[in-house]
Design a protein around this ligand. Structure first.
Ligand code: CA2
Length: 150
């Protein structure tokens, strides 16, 4: 890993619809708004991001594998796969770079099936319930955690 490498901002299923449906649950900010926050935050640290979204589990896993050699850290909102995907969790374990899991909503205050994330125990940190501001917090943490100090 070098700080030349971007921070991968990975988003799972349905997050492309953020801000377009169910604003009472997910707020009115869009995924583009979240990505803008990440890009601006990274730029403040002289860093860049690589933002991707997929509705397909295998595609997300392929991108995580790719991140082993191309990313300096990973912000991931796994969407519903947080609660179901052993395969996604297994892929994240292989990463040597830090990982922060983000959820727009407070999953612990929602339905019981959302209160457990298979990803949380393999992430370096978890942010939930802060809306899209959680993406900013996660990006800032990764910029600071992976900064070269001299
Ligand atoms: O709170 C989060 O960020 C979630 O990861 C969002 C996921 C949900 O399955 C997780 O439990 C928590 C859902 C993604 C957004 O789904 C939408 C569905 C309809 C309209 C807008 C977004």
């Amino acid at each position: 890993m070098t700080t030349e490498h971007p921070i991968l901002v990975l988003n799972g299923p349905n997050l492309n619809l953020l801000g377009q449906r169910q604003p009472e649950i997910y707020g009115s900010d869009s995924l583009d708004d979240a990505i803008d926050l990440c890009a601006k935050t990274a730029a403040e640290y002289g860093r860049s991001i690589d933002a991707r979204q997929s509705n397909h589990e295998g595609q997300l896993i392929d991108w995580i594998h790719e991140a082993r050699t191309t990313a300096s850290g990973v912000v991931i909102n796994p969407g519903g796969y947080a609660h179901t995907s052993v395969a996604l969790r297994d892929a994240l374990v292989i990463l040597d770079v830090p990982v922060v899991e983000v959820h727009v909503t407070n999953i612990h205050a929602r339905e019981e099936f959302r209160q457990r994330s298979l990803v949380s125990s393999v992430a370096d940190g978890v942010v939930c319930g802060l809306g899209v501001d959680g993406y900013r917090a996660a990006t800032e943490f990764l910029c600071r955690a992976t900064a070269v100090r001299w």
